[in-house]
Design a binder for this molecule. Sequence first.
Ligand SMILES: Cc1cc2nc3c(=O)[nH]c(=O)nc-3n(C[C@H](O)[C@H](O)[C@H](O)COP(=O)(O)OP(=O)(O)OC[C@H]3O[C@@H](n4cnc5c(N)ncnc54)[C@H](O)[C@@H]3O)c2cc1C
Length: 451
Amino acid sequence: MKTISIWDDIERKEYPSLNENKSVDVLIIGGGITGINTLYNLRETNLNVILVEQNRIASSITSRSTGKLSYLQNDLIDKIRNKCGDKIAAKYLHSQIEAIQKIVTIIKKEKLECDLEKVDSIIYTNNQEEIKKLENLRKFLEKNNVKTYNTTNSLIINKYIFKVKDTYIFNPVKYILLLANKCNNIYENTSIKKIEKNSNYYICYSNNAIIKAKWVIIASHYPYFILPFLFPLKSSLEKSYLSASNYNGDKLSLISYSNPFVSIRTYKNSLIYLSNSHSIEKHICDKKNFNELMKKLSNLKLKPNYSWSNVDIITNDGLPYIGVLKDNIMISTGYNTWGLSTSFLAGEILKDIILNKRNSYIKLFDPYRKTICSFKDSFINVWKNAIGFVKGLININKKEDKSISKICPHLGCKLIYNEVESTWDCPCHGSRFNKEGMVISGPANNDIRRI
Ligand SMILES: Cc1cc2nc3c(=O)[nH]c(=O)nc-3n(C[C@H](O)[C@H](O)[C@H](O)COP(=O)(O)OP(=O)(O)OC[C@H]3O[C@@H](n4cnc5c(N)ncnc54)[C@H](O)[C@@H]3O)c2cc1C
């Protein structure tokens, strides 16, 4: 069994690294789906834009997702209803439907062969206490002109289940690599270490060059800096465990409503199965979570060929953060595990902000929006970070390797060794490093210090 994502098992063309200083209108930091969608959206403007990626493009959070384009997103709509009200939740729902239509249109227009398939999305619960909530979500969808249908599924035990139409599955890595082919000015192995403001532009320092930019777009998933915005107060992280096994059934896209989180989809002759999600500070041992996942697969008589884990950002009110952070620095992140389609809208929103055009989603996703999320939510996030920090210190999963420091270069949390994927993982903010200490996922933007 390979301990990489099924999407990562692909040949990639290499982009150059940036070795000369540049002066540009827009610098995009990060070559995941957010960065590449934004670069694509800015391609037909007169702006001079470059994108820098600290590793290879499409090699981080996006490449370890389940690759669904769906507006049926577990209990996220209900979280937004609770925190922001029905009107905002309905607007979010319609933003997702629109985002999916837009990304599908681009895939077809640009003839991107990224294994796009139209498939109904099914949601279920086998938890007695959640039936009422799921019935309620169904009513909310119907009230907002989304048709729902009765259905059945024998792969999972369910007490209540329904489905919606016009949703898709695809290969997110193929999508990024093919869309990147339509764009210019992409630099890999180029990490931004520091950004300084200088009158009306920014000076951005990478490993080998200095970039002068009027606008900076942070598309790096979890930003490496604390100020502006105090990101750790406004988000937490969720980790999940995934596998891909041989499977010959019909195409399928399925999620649980909430507890325990499960997400299933088919890809060609494979079945991708996600489970054991937990808030990152509840991290105990990757091996235990992978073993539990393997047990579930064995009950279904599935034999995995790939297994991997992934982490995404959860925001306090369930809405992503897309827009201006300060002056001409912008961000797009915090997708609550549903960023593949939202990131396409993000590209449009950020473009419209730069061009000073109207966009009906600017207010909805404004990072500084006023919602009822409060001091209490921020306190809980800090508390979670503190627990992650302590868990790192008393780490039960010790690996003796005296050649590298076990301290995360981001904010100094003690790293935990993930013996299944052979990575060093940060239990506070989700940074990951390979066995040799090279950073493979941010917010850290430096390798682990060698002793
Ligand atoms: C288990 C799981 C399953 C998911 N499944 C789905 C799904 O089915 N559908 C869906 O819509 N969403 C899904 N998501 C969510 C989705 O994968 C993410 O929201 C989305 O991929 C985030 O994309 P991104 O471009 O912001 O981040 P990334 O893909 O992580 O890209 C950010 C890039 O920035 C680079 N970077 C970081 N720091 C720097 C720096 N200083 N300088 C230069 N580059 C830098 C990184 O190397 C990285 O390549 C899932 C998430 C998880 C955890």
